[in-house]
Design a protein around this ligand. Structure first.
Ligand code: GLU
Length: 485
C-alpha cells in the first residue's frame, strides 16, 4: 500500500484563520492515523499578498499546536523546495509540456480585451468564460509574439463538450458540463503559476495521496482533474471540508473580525482546547465523549465521518471546553499560565498557587481570573447589607458579634495557617452554639468585601495574611456598627 501523504498548504497571509488550522489538523490526522507523512508547503505565488512575518506565524502555530510536519521549507525533505516561489521553473516546464500536448496554450490578450469580455458577460448576465481567442493563433504568430516580447499567460485548454466527473470523499460524485469549464490561467504574466496550476503539479510531484482543503475549492476540482488527466497522473483522494460559519448565513472570516488562532490564544484559550474544539467543527467522533487530546484524535479520526453540512463556530461551546481543560490542569501549570493575569491585579506578595486553587475550577477562560481576584489586592468598597444572608441567618447584630469575637482570637494566632484559622473559627462556633454560617459568613464577607467570592473565610484569611485580615475585620466591625445605629 502506498504511504499516506497529506499536506498543509497555507498562503502566508499573516494570520492563522480557524478554517486553515482545521484543514491543517485534518490533514495531519489523516496522515498520522495511517502512520503517514504530513508535509508543509508554502503557497506564496501571489506576490502581491506577501506579508512580513507571515511564515513565522505558520511555523509557530504548527509548533504550538503540536501539528509537527515531516517535511517543509524549514526542515527540508526529499521533494523540495517546499516554497512555491522557489519552484517557478518547475511550473513553467510542466506548462510547456501541456502546450506540446495541446492541453494548454499561450494567450497574449491585452487587459483591455479581457476587460471587454468580462463586461460583455456581465451585461449578458452570463458567467465569464475566456473565448479561446488565442487558441487559434498559428505557430508563426505565437513565435513572433514570443520573440518580440509580448506579455503572455498560459491557459488550460478545456473541451467544450462532454462532462467531467470527479469524486470527493465527503461530497460524493460530482459531474460538470465541460461547457462550463473556463480555460483557467496556469501561468500568470509575471511568470508565477496560479494556485490552480501549482497545487496540481506540487501535489503530484510531492506524492500527496489525500488532498485536504476547504470546500471553496470544490467547484474548481473538475478543472484540476482535467490537468491530472492531461498529464496522465493519478488523481489524489479529495477531502473537501465543510465551511465554518459564524451563524447560519455568514462564514467565519478574519475580514469580518472573527478570531484567528492567535486571537483565541490572546483571549486566554488553551491550545489543547482550541485543537479539540476545531476537530469537532465538521467531524463527529460518535458517542458521548467530546474531550480528545491530539493523540486521541489521531487514533479516533476517520475522515469518512466528516460532515458536508456547514459547521457553526460556537463560542459558548469552545468556552465550556476550555473550562474543562483548565479544570484538568495541574495547579502548578495553571499558575504559570495565570501569573500574567494575577500580576495585572495583584502587586502584593501573595501566594499565587493558593489563589489558583480557588480560581481554577471557577473559570472557563483565563481573563475571567481578573474579576475573581481583585479583592485579594485591596478590600473593595462595600455596603453592610451584604452581611445579611437569609439562608445563613445572618443579621447586622449577629455578624457584628462574630467579628468582635473573632478579632482578638485571630490576633492571638502566632502561627498563621489555614488549620489554625479553621480551629479558631470552629471554637467560636462552639462557644456561641450557633450554626457554622453565623460565624463563617460574616468573616468571609469582611475579608473579601464581596457578596460572593472565590474561596471561603479560611482560604482568604490564609492568603491575605494575618495583618491584612485583622485590618479588614476591624473595617467590617465599623461598618456594621454604623449600619446598626
Ligand atoms: N493556499 C491555499 C489557501 O491558503 C491552500 C489550498 C489547498 O490546501 O490546496 O487557501
Amino acid at each position: 500500500m502506498t504511504k499516506v501523504r497529506t499536506r498543509f498548504a497555507p498562503s502566508p497571509t499573516g494570520y492563522m484563520h480557524v478554517g486553515n488550522l482545521r484543514t491543517a489538523l485534518y490533514a495531519y490526522l489523516i496522515a498520522k492515523h495511517e502512520g503517514g507523512d504530513f508535509i508543509l508547503r508554502i503557497e506564496d505565488t501571489d506576490q502581491e499578498r506577501f506579508v512580513e512575518g507571515a511564515l513565522d506565524i505558520i511555523y509557530d502555530t504548527l509548533k504550538i499546536t503540536g501539528l509537527k510536519h515531516d517535511e517543509g521549507p524549514d526542515i527540508g525533505g526529499p521533494v523540495g523546495p517546499y516554497i512555491q516561489s522557489k519552484r517557478t521553473n518547475i511550473y513553467i516546464e510542466y506548462a510547456k509540456q501541456l502546450i506540446e500536448k495541446g492541453e494548454a496554450y499561450y494567450c497574449f490578450c491585452s487587459k483591455e480585451r479581457l476587460d471587454e469580455l468580462h463586461k460583455n458577460a456581465e451585461s449578458a448576465k452570463q458567467t465569464y468564460k475566456y473565448d479561446k481567442h488565442c487558441l487559434h493563433l498559428s505557430k508563426e504568430e505565437i513565435q513572433e509574439n514570443l520573440n518580440s516580447g509580448v506579455p503572455y499567460i498560459i491557459r488550460q485548454n478545456n473541451p467544450e463538450t462532454g462532462t467531467t466527473v470527479f469524486h470527493d470523499e465527503i461530497y460524493g460524485d460530482i459531474s460538470v458540463d465541460n461547457s462550463e469549464l473556463d480555460d483557467m490561467i496556469l501561468i500568470k504574466s509575471d511568470g508565477f503559476p496560479t494556485y490552480n496550476f501549482a497545487n496540481v503539479v506540487d501535489d503530484h510531484l510531492m506524492g500527496i495521496t489525500h488532498v485536504v482543503r476547504g470546500s471553496e475549492y470544490l467547484s474548481s476540482s473538475p478543472k484540476y482533474n482535467r490537468l491530472y488527466e492531461a498529464f496522465g497522473w493519478q488523481v489524489p483522494i479529495y477531502v473537501h471540508c465543510p465551511p465554518i460559519m459564524k451563524d447560519t448565513h455568514h462564514k467565519l472570516s478574519k475580514r469580518n473580525g472573527d478570531a484567528s488562532f492567535e486571537d483565541l490564544i490572546k483571549k486566554g484559550y488553551l491550545k489543547e482546547a482550541i485543537i479539540n474544539y476545531i476537530a469537532l467543527l465538521g467531524w463527529n467522533p460518535g458517542g458521548e465523549n467530546e474531550i480528545y487530546s491530539l493523540n486521541e484524535l489521531v487514533k479516533a479520526f476517520n475522515y469518512k465521518n466528516i460532515n458536508k453540512s456547514p459547521a457553526i463556530f460556537d463560542d459558548v461551546k469552545l468556552k465550556w471546553m476550555n473550562g474543562e481543560y483548565i479544570k484538568k490542569m495541574n495547579t502548578d501549570k495553571f499558575t504559570e499560565m495565570a501569573i500574567p493575569y494575577y500580576k495585572k491585579i495583584i502587586t502584593k506578595d501573595l501566594n499565587f498557587k493558593k489563589i489558583s486553587e480557588l480560581v481554577q475550577t471557577r473559570i472557563e477562560v483565563l481573563p475571567e481570573i481578573c474579576d475573581l481576584i481583585d479583592f485579594f489586592q485591596d478590600l473593595p468598597e462595600y455596603s453592610a447589607d451584604i452581611y445579611v444572608h437569609k439562608k445563613m441567618k445572618t443579621t447586622f447584630e449577629n455578624s457584628l458579634l462574630t467579628l468582635e469575637k473573632i478579632l482578638p482570637v485571630f490576633e492571638a494566632i502566632d502561627d498563621w495557617n489555614i488549620k489554625n484559622i479553621e480551629d479558631a473559627c470552629m471554637n467560636l462556633v462552639k462557644e456561641l452554639s450557633v450554626k457554622n454560617g453565623i460565624v463563617l459568613w460574616p468573616i468571609r464577607t469582611a475579608l473579601s468585601g464581596k457578596k460572593f467570592s472565590a474561596g471561603g473565610a479560611y482560604e482568604i484569611a490564609d492568603i491575605i495574611g494575618k495583618e491584612e485580615s485583622l485590618k479588614r475585620l476591624s473595617i467590617g466591625i465599623d461598618k456594621l456598627k454604623s449600619a446598626i445605629k
